[in-house]
Design a protein around this ligand. Structure first.
Ligand SMILES: [Zn+2]
Length: 321
């Protein structure tokens, strides 16, 4: 199974969630083994930020890469979409410190990447195989954790618990973690917050670009504020898994193991990514043989060649309408 990039350059403009600014970006093809790189084109000279666990700078409201001087925030939904289509290498030029929020899910990113097309780079892809469990527990709240264990196939079990919010409540989901399952079962899940969080963020000058068009908003007293309803009854836990995939995509390779997370978030997802970054007795980095004899690992990762292979994307007007 080979590394991939986008087949041609694509452009997109969209509003950033917190600044409310219009952001312009271009996604360019790039060479094998160069990974995903963000470039802040509004800074002179331009500053390049590698998508890697060591680049994580802040995880308060989203995953922010870089440094105080030059960062790019809210990369996780695009990173998840790149993972879903098995795109390992791309240069993402952006003229702001925050990515566009699009509709709060990864679907518009998948459609954009699919429009560009996926190119096989003819160089074998690597995968991280988990040999021993690795766990990260929140130092402030031991009930929050993320763990990865050896497994015959990549899997995830994610649970959330919102005791004060009956609509979100407790949700749990286990699924096999493949490029295809991401596109089919997770990519449409939107980011969510409570109405109280919106008030708090607005009071601090944040969420200026936020609306019911790009987030699910749940009010303790009025319930769901989005009149069109949810895209799935458990859209909340599905979005958490989407975030987790986007954060682990910073590793630059798929991970073969069983991820188990409870009440986790960007802080714990990226802490696990950091713990898996270097080879160790728990993490082996293997090259997946390419060519006709696809290995079982290559089959398990199951990255679609295009969205046309995913049933719900066969009519894009229904997806985006
Ligand atoms: Zn998210």
């Amino acid at each position: 199974m080979n590394q991939r990039t986008v087949a041609r350059t694509i452009r997109h403009s969209g509003v950033a969630l917190h600044s409310g600014r219009m952001v312009h970006l271009e996604i360019h093809p790039s060479a094998p083994n160069t990974g995903i790189r963000f470039v802040r084109t509004d800074l002179s000279p331009n500053i390049e930020i590698k998508a890697h666990p060591s680049s994580v700078f802040d995880t308060t409201l989203a995953t922010r890469l870089g440094s105080e001087a030059a960062s790019v925030s809210t990369v996780e939904h695009l990173m998840a979409a790149l993972y879903g289509l098995g795109i390992d290498n791309a240069r993402i030029c952006v003229d702001a410190a925050e990515m566009p929020i699009v509709d709060g899910s990864a679907v518009p990113w998948l459609i954009l990447l699919d429009e560009a097309g996926v190119e096989d780079l003819g160089v074998a892809r690597s995968v991280r195989v988990i040999k021993k469990p690795v766990e990260v527990v929140c130092p402030h709240d031991p009930s929050r954790f993320i763990r990865i264990e050896p497994s015959k196939e990549p899997r995830i079990t994610y649970s959330i618990e919102f005791k004060n919010n009956a609509l979100i409540g407790s949700q749990s989901l286990t699924l096999s973690l493949t490029g295809r399952s991401f596109c089919e079962a997770l990519s449409h899940a939107r980011t969510f917050c409570t109405a109280e969080e919106v008030d708090f963020m607005r009071s601090r000058g944040l969420a200026r670009g936020g609306s019911l068009e790009n987030a699910i908003v749940v009010s303790r007293t009025q319930g769901l504020l989005n009149s069109a309803g949810l895209r799935a009854p458990d859209e909340f836990v599905r979005h958490k898994i989407l975030d987790c995939i986007g954060d682990l995509a910073l590793l630059g390779t798929p991970v073969s193991g069983h991820i188990i997370a409870h009440k986790a978030g960007h802080d714990l997802h990226t802490a696990l990514a950091k713990a898996l970054a270097e080879p160790s007795d728990a993490v082996e980095i293997k090259t997946i043989a390419s060519g006709r004899t696809r290995t079982s690992l290559g089959r398990q990762l199951d990255f679609p060649a295009s969205l046309a292979e995913i049933p719900q994307f066969s009519d894009l007007s229904l997806v985006t309408g």
